[in-house]
Design a protein around this ligand. Structure first.
Ligand SMILES: *[C@@H]1O[C@H](CO)[C@@H](O)[C@H](O)[C@H]1NC(C)=O
Ligand SMILES: *[C@@H]1O[C@H](CO)[C@@H](O)[C@H](O)[C@H]1NC(C)=O
Ligand SMILES: *[C@@H]1O[C@H](CO)[C@@H](O)[C@H](O)[C@H]1NC(C)=O
Ligand SMILES: *[C@@H]1O[C@H](CO)[C@@H](O)[C@H](O)[C@H]1NC(C)=O
Length: 454
C-alpha cells in the first residue's frame, strides 16, 4: 500500500471500531487517551497498570469495573508506560521493559527450508503484519507496546519501512532517515534518524519479533525514488533503476542500515523496495536491478535473507489473463525474480479492489494458489506480504485459509496493524485491524489458532 500519514494525522485518527465490543483477554481497556471499550470479555476484568494503561486480565477482579481516565493529555516521552500481562502457563508473555525483564528469547537468524520458513529453529507456517509507521515513532514505550502485543498475539513477522527520505530537512524534530536537501544526500544517524529504527530492532529482539526492513519506496510516500531525482538528474522511476548516481546513493543508504543490524537475530529479511515497478520498461531493467542489489546486500551481510518487496505481477501458471498477470503491470516477471539466486523468498501483494479485478474473494484465492504453485516450482517460499479487502473479515480470512493450505506459501502478513499508543489510536486507513477489535480476532486470533492446530 502507499499510504502516507504524518504523526499529526496518526494522532488525530480516531477508532470507532473499539467502541461497545468487549475487550479480549489482555487487550487494553483504559488509560489516558484511550477511547475504546472498558468492558472485558467474560472471565476477565480491567486492571489498571498506571495512568496510561489498563488491561483485561484473568479473574473477576476487585470490582470488575474498568479504571479509565479519559483525558486528551498525551504523556510526555519521559512518562513511563509499563504494561505487564500476567504470566500464565499457557502463554509466553513479555513486558514492555526491553532487555532487562523480557522472557522472549532473541533466538537465531531466520532462514528457509524448501517452501517453508525456519524461525528460531522451527520450520512452519507463520503469520505477521505490516506497520510502516513504527520506526517514525518518538516514544520508545509505544514501540515496546506494539512488540508486546504482537508477541502475545502469536504474530511473528513485522514488516516496517526502513526508509524515510526527504528533500527538505525538517527542523522541528520530525523523524527522517535520509535527506536530499541542498543537492548532497546525507544519512541521518541522529536521535530523530536511524536511532529510531535502532530502537525498533532492539525491541523486536527483546520480544522475539522478526523484521522485514526495506530501503526505498516506489511511491512518493516518505520520499521514495522521487526523492533521489533532482540529485541524480533524472525524472522517473524507470531512470532511477538505471542511474549510476541514484544507485550509488541507494547502495550507500543500504550499507548504512544493514551494517547497523547485520548480526541481529531480529532481522527476518532485507527488502529491496516497497512495491518496485517499472511499467513501460523492458523486463531487463527491473530484473538487472534485483540481481545487482540483492548481490550487493549479500556482499555486506551473507547471513540474512533478501527479498524484493514486489507485488507479484507477471504471468504464472493458473493465471486468468487479467491485468495483474501481465508483464506490463510492473515491468516484471514474478518467477524470473523469484529464481534469482540471491533472492531467498518471493513476495506478492493482494488488493483486487485497487487493481479493479473481480470478484474480490475468488480472484484473490486464485492469485494465492497461482503464486504458491510458482514458488513451489522454484523451490522457495512465497510470502503473501500485504493484503486487504476494506476490512472485510469474511474475504480476508478466506484468503488466509487458502494461503495456509497452499503448499508453496510460507507466511502471510495482513495490511495493516493498528493500536492505541500514548497519543491515541494509530491510523485507520481502510485496511487496519486494531489490536483487540473484532477484525483482529478474525485475522489474528482465529488465524493463529488455525496455524497452531496444523
Ligand atoms: C511506481 O511505479 C510505477 C511504474 O513505474 C509508476 O507508474 C508509478 O507512478 C510509480 N510511483 C511513483 C510515485 O512514481
Ligand atoms: C537500462 O539500461 C539497460 C542497459 O543499457 C537498457 O537495456 C534498458 O532499456 C534501460 N532501461 C531504461 C528504463 O532506460
Ligand atoms: C550494480 O552494483 C554495483 C556495485 O555493487 C555498482 O557499481 C553498479 O553501478 C550497479 N549497477 C547498476 C546498473 O545499478
Ligand atoms: C518469466 O520467467 C520465467 C522464469 O525464468 C520464464 O520461464 C518465462 O519464459 C518468463 N516469461 C516471459 C514472458 O518472459
Amino acid at each position: 500500500m502507499r499510504y502516507s500519514l504524518t504523526l499529526a494525522a496518526l494522532a488525530a485518527a480516531t477508532g470507532v471500531s473499539f467502541a461497545q465490543s468487549a475487550v479480549p483477554a489482555y487487550g487494553q481497556c483504559g488509560g489516558q487517551g484511550y477511547t475504546g471499550s472498558t468492558v472485558c470479555v467474560s472471565g476477565y476484568h480491567c486492571s489498571k497498570n498506571n495512568d496510561y494503561y489498563s488491561q483485561c486480565v484473568a479473574g473477576a477482579g476487585s470490582s470488575g469495573v474498568a479504571t479509565t481516565i479519559k483525558t486528551s493529555v498525551v504523556p510526555s516521552s519521559s512518562s513511563t508506560v509499563v504494561t505487564k500481562p500476567p504470566v500464565t502457563t499457557s502463554k509466553v508473555v513479555s513486558t514492555s521493559k526491553v532487555a532487562t525483564t523480557t522472557t522472549a528469547a532473541a533466538g537465531s537468524i531466520a532462514t528457509t527450508s524448501g517452501t517453508k520458513f525456519i524461525i528460531d529453529g522451527k520450520a512452519g507456517y507463520y503469520a505477521g503484519t505490516n506497520s510502516y509507521w513504527i520506526g517514525f515513532l518518538t516514544n520508545n514505550n509505544d514501540i515496546d507496546l506494539v512488540m508486546q502485543h504482537l508477541a502475545s498475539s502469536g504474530l511473528k513477522i513485522l514488516r516496517v519501512w526502513g526508509f524515510n527520505d526527504v528533500t527538505t530537512t525538517p527542523t522541528d524534530g520530525t523523524v527522517y532517515y535520509q535527506s536530499f536537501a541542498n543537492g548532497e544526500p546525507t544519512i541521518n544517524t541522529g536521535a530523530n534518524g536511524l536511532q529510531r529504527l535502532d530502537y525498533v530492532v532492539k525491541s523486536a529482539e527483546a520480544h522475539g519479533i522478526k523484521l522485514i526492513i526495506n530501503f526505498v519506496n516506489n511511491w512518493t510516500d516518505y520520499g521514495g525514488m522521487a526523492a533521489y531525482f533532482s540529485y541524480a538528474g533524472i525524472t522517473s522511476n524507470a531512470q532511477w533503476y538505471n542511474s549510476t548516481k541514484a544507485q550509488a546513493q541507494y547502495q550507500k543508504y543500504i550499507k548504512a542500515v544493514v551494517s547497523r543490524y547485520s548480526s541481529s537475530t531480529a532481522i527476518f529479511a532485507w527488502e529491496l523496495a516497497n512495491e518496485p515497478r517499472c511499467t513501460g520498461c523492458d523486463l531487463s531493467t527491473l530484473k538487472t536491478w534485483v540481481v545487482n542489489t540483492s548481490k550487493y546486500i549479500k556482499s555486506l551481510d551473507s547471513k540474512h535473507m533478501v527479498t524484493t518487496g514486489e507485488e507479484g505481477f507477471g504471468p504464472i501458471p493458473g493465471d486468468d489473463g487479467s491485468y495483474p498477470y501481465q508483464l506490463s503491470a510492473g515491468g516484471s516477471n514474478f518467477t524470473a525474480n523469484c529464481e534469482v539466486p540471491t533472492i531467498d523468498f518471493c513476495t506478492y501483494h493482494l488488493y483486487p479492489e485497487s487493481w479493479s479485478v473481480t470478484p474480490t474473494q475468488a480472484w484473490g484465492n486464485q492469485w494465492i494458489k497461482a503464486h504458491a504453485q510458482a514458488c513451489t516450482a522454484v523451490g522457495k517460499p512465497c510470502l503473501l506480504e500485504e493484503f486487504g479487502a476494506s476490512n472485510n473479515c469474511g474475504i480476508e480470512s478466506d484468503w488466509q485459509a487458502t494461503a495456509l493450505k497452499a503448499a508453496g506459501t510460507g507466511a502471510d502478513l495482513f495490511w495493516q496493524y493498528g493500536d492505541t499508543l500514548s497519543y491515541g489510536q494509530t491510523s485507520q486507513d481502510g485496511n487496519t485491524a486494531f489490536y483487540g477489535d473484532a477484525l483482529y480476532t478474525c485475522l489474528v486470533t482465529n488465524h493463529i489458532k488455525a496455524i497452531d492446530s496444523l
